[in-house]
Design a protein around this ligand. Structure first.
Ligand code: KMT
Ligand code: NI
Length: 179
């Protein structure tokens, strides 16, 4: 399964793991209660994978594209990474499937602590609409990810504070009912 942990409080070096000492792991169950869902797939066969097909059908993930994040492949690399690492939310779910390489997704828990989720090849995750989160490369500086979306994609990110959106209020209401 995917590994997640509460982050330490240091702001230095976003690509470092930032584990606490001792490490404070976060379970998949805890992630579920925050509305974060996880699947493990075989990324070697993503082009023909019936399991991926099934998830896409069930969840209505009609749209998909593939983004390769590396300084030589992504236009405006540094600028984009800076944007991705700003704490933000979206009005729709953010669905990512790591096809190669690795990276971190950080999500805020209900107590405002950062949880770091170490995403590796074969890991697929959905972050619910309205959850505050951010993204960073790790020290390997390479990842290739499938981006999925229900219907026409909307990539717009709202940096914190963005508490007045319906999506945020709905998220807070459902997260507290799951707790
Ligand atoms: C986002 O909105 O946080 C992102 O799109 C992260 C980069 S996609 C691997
Ligand atoms: Ni995002």
């Amino acid at each position: 399964a995917v590994e997640a942990w509460y982050m330490d409080s240091s702001e230095e070096g976003q690509r470092k793991p930032h584990r606490r000492n001792p490490n404070e792991p976060v379970s998949l169950d805890k992630l579920k209660r925050l509305g974060v869902f996880y699947w493990k797939l075989n990324a070697d066969i993503y082009e023909t994978d019936p399991e991926l097909e099934r998830i896409r059908k069930e969840q209505g993930y009609s749209y998909m594209d593939i983004i390769s994040i590396h300084k030589d492949t992504l236009p405006n690399y540094e600028e984009k990474l800076k944007m991705f690492f700003e704490e933000h939310l979206h009005l729709d779910d953010e669905i990512r499937y790591i096809l190669d390489g690795q990276a971190y997704f950080d999500v805020r828990c209900e107590e405002e602590r950062w949880i770091r989720i170490a995403m590796k090849k074969g890991d697929m995750i959905t972050l619910p609409a309205g959850i505050y989160h951010r993204f960073t490369m790790d020290e390997t500086n390479y990842t290739k990810a499938m981006r999925l979306f229900v219907g026409e994609p909307v990539w717009k990110a709202y940096n914190r504070p963005a508490d007045d959106f319906d999506a945020r209020q709905k998220y807070l209401a459902t997260a507290s009912s799951r707790a």
